[in-house]
Design a binder for this molecule. Sequence first.
Ligand code: SPV
Ligand code: MG
Length: 332
Amino acid sequence: MTLENRTLPWERLRALRDCIARKGFACILEAHSGLSGIIAESARVEKDGEVIEYDGLWESSLTDSASKGLPDASIVGYDSRTHTIDEILNVTTKPIIVDGDTGIEPIQFGYLVNRLERLGVSAVIIEDKVYPKRNSLDAAASQELEDPAVFTEKIKAGKEVTLTDEFMVIARLESLNAGTGLQDALERAEQYMLAGADGIMIHSSKREPDEILAFAEAYEPLCRRLGRRPVLVSVPTTYNTISDAELVASGFNIVIHANHMLRAAHKAMSEVARTILASGRSLEADALCAPVPEIFSSVGFDVIINKDRERAEARRLAKTTERDGAAPAKRA
Ligand code: SPV
Ligand code: MG
């Protein structure tokens, strides 16, 4: 990260709503540290003659926990999560969506929303499972659902403390993971929308997207009936044969690729650790590692070195001028 890349909390906060208003959707990539945030933010590819990039970042409970070597089971607290969020905010400029887990209770969730909005986060997503929760991607784990009446209290508590219309409180439906089905998800969605949710995330850990597509289809008449359409969010981790474009065409406004930076790091680190051990030296691992100058460049070390060089050159010139009898040049 270089100091040329800066933004203010308010500018960043509203950028997610602006992006969705402008393009109709936002494509989001997970980050769990400053470095992964920089890489996600700066990734660019040329496609059909157009340069494309991510619209924002996802601060995930799964990957924040895993990067600390801990399970995603309500173990890493909000203070620690906020530390990671701040680390990412410090070196990026794109909007951030925070995974707020269950929100704990209305009071705790209100304090979390207050903190995130002040930091310049654009949205928080809370899931309708009971605290302490278990990660949704393990089908064998208990996925006990929260009473919708209790969950709506959390949504209202979050909405009550927001100071801007731009900060979004998004409600995440876990009915498909808990096995209570599409109808339960739709009924809960209605209650969460009536409680003021700015977005609805429908989660599924199935390998096929059929259920979330059925939800998206039923979502439109529900929104028409309620007279407002909160943004619709998907997390295609398991059903990832479907493309972002297909999800957008089906009505999704936010697509979150929720854990790939951490999974990529885990795989590369494991391979490097084994390769050095097996080879008795690190040469064979070089191909698996980013060159050090690339790390320097990602975190802005090269900019500092260039400035050091410029200053040294300016000092050398000033000394030469002084020795030759001219007035000393002003220090850079
Ligand atoms: C996370 O990334 O922490 C999420 C998404 O909540 S999932 O892991 O699919 O539950
Ligand atoms: Mg999570």
